[in-house]
Write a protein that binds this ligand. Structure first.
Ligand SMILES: *Cc1c(COP(=O)(O)O)cnc(C)c1O
Length: 407
């Protein structure tokens, strides 16, 4: 064979690397795959020959993440998506059509409700919103035109719970599917499919990654339901990046350790905060006097890392408290290694009307904490000094730049 020129060598030599003995799963980013013959290419495209086709819908790293997550959720199969919202949109596109209604709990993730109302509403789909905790409202709203029932439990930020088994029964009696957003508890603390749900959805950049590094989503369920979603993914294309799938595949290895540690810290902080004079109501489903604690014990094996409480009496008190925190970051995310605090009334729920906020129990003095992996005694110390509701000495800029250790 003639000597190849440098430009050809640059793209054709050193191409095949044997990574089969690498203990850590190797990372390989690829959009396409090599076929041994034209016939094999045809077979893979038609599905007659198993194998990868194109990374929009088949990729070994994505598949590895999907396999691992499916096993952990007790699902037959998982399909990964570009984001939690892409996953939720995919569910709506798969199981709602013009003339249907969708029944959804009021305190789901705000963007979920906005997606249903603003976008699905344009296609003649009626959105029926119910109180997560009131079974009679679910019963009244679900009928033979219901294509999909959607819930999130516990709700964020005020930790209302929905009875998954009971709502699944109502959905099934009407021939509808129940989808449960399990982002807050992860499969470590709650397995909705075992309780009768048909679909589980995750915003995977929260606890599944748990390190604040990526945006991704996933839907889990039976092989038949997932075949519908995978077909849709092939055509509509809201796919996860293989790089992100690789990150998530690794982070699942520590999910159990991380969320159990976070759950333990959160319960300790919830109990401790209740004894603080500046703190009003504390919302956490792990507390014995949570109005639905019995349901939490029945359908959850833990309570998660989101904790919400009232500070002082006003927005000013809540803001002063937030600005005075030195270790805990001001960020509207959940499920990072680092604890984060936010003021729901002016951030995540700021677009609601005052009446809607009141209905959702989002008071002006409400603060949400997403507990991270810091030592719980350091978190307590930070909360304690900030509860001293005097004006904060540092400007927010100094605060962000400060390394916690120097503070
Ligand atoms: C963040 C979040 C979503 C949306 O997920 P993205 O990955 O941000 O698109 C959906 N549900 C819950 C409960 C969330 O916290």
């Amino acid at each position: 064979m003639q000597t190849l020129s440098a430009s050809t060598q640059a793209v054709r030599l050193g191409q095949y690397i044997d990574v089969s003995d690498s203990h850590t799963e190797p990372i390989a980013l690829t959009s396409a795959y090599v076929f041994r013959s034209a016939a094999e290419a045809a077979g893979r495209f038609s599905g007659g020959i198993k194998g990868n086709v194109y990374s929009r819908f088949t990729n070994p790293y994505t598949q590895a993440f999907e396999l691992r997550l499916a096993a952990m959720e007790d699902a037959e199969e998982a399909v990964a998506f570009a984001s939690g919202m892409a996953a939720i949109t995919a569910i709506g596109l798969a199981w709602l059509k013009s003339g249907d209604n969708v029944v959804c709990s009021r305190d789901v993730f705000g963007t979920t409700l906005h997606a249903l109302r603003h976008y699905f509403g344009r296609f003649g789909i009626e959105v029926r919103v119910v109180d997560l905790t009131q079974l009679d409202q679910w019963q009244a709203a679900i009928n033979t035109k219901t294509g999909l029932v959607f819930m999130e439990t516990p709700s964020n930020p005020v930790q209302h719970l929905g009875d998954i088994a009971a709502i699944a029964e109502l959905a099934h009696a009407a021939g509808a599917l129940l989808a449960v957003d399990n982002t807050l508890l992860t499969p470590i603390f709650q397995k909705p499919l075992q309780l009768g749900a048909d679909l589980v959805v995750h915003s995977a950049g929260k606890y599944l990654d748990g390190q604040g590094r990526c945006i991704a989503g996933a839907v889990l369920g039976s092989k038949a339901l997932m075949a519908e979603l995978r077909g849709q993914l092939r055509t509509l294309g809201a796919c996860i990046s293989p790089m992100t799938a690789w990150l998530l595949h690794k982070s699942l290895e520590t999910l159990d350790l991380r969320v159990r540690r976070i759950g333990d810290s959160t319960l300790l902080l919830a109990k401790w905060l209740r004894s603080q004079p500046q703190v009003g109501r504390v919302y956490y489903s792990g507390l014995h006097d949570h109005p639905q604690h019995a349901l939490a014990q029945r359908q959850q094996s833990g309570y998660g890392g989101v904790l919400t409480f009232e500070v002082g009496h006003s927005q000013a008190d809540a803001w002063r408290f937030i600005d005075a925190l030195r270790l805990i970051s001001i960020a509207t995310n959940i499920g990072d290694t680092r604890s984060m605090v936010t003021h729901p009334a002016t951030t995540t729920h700021g677009r609601l009307t005052a009446t809607d906020r009141a209905t959702a129990h989002i008071g002006d003095n409400l603060v949400r904490l997403s507990v991270g992996l810091e030592d719980v005694s350091d978190l307590k110390a930070d909360l304690l000094q900030a509860l001293d509701l005097r004006p904060a000495p540092a400007t927010p800029l100094q605060r962000c730049q400060l390394s916690a250790v120097e503070a």
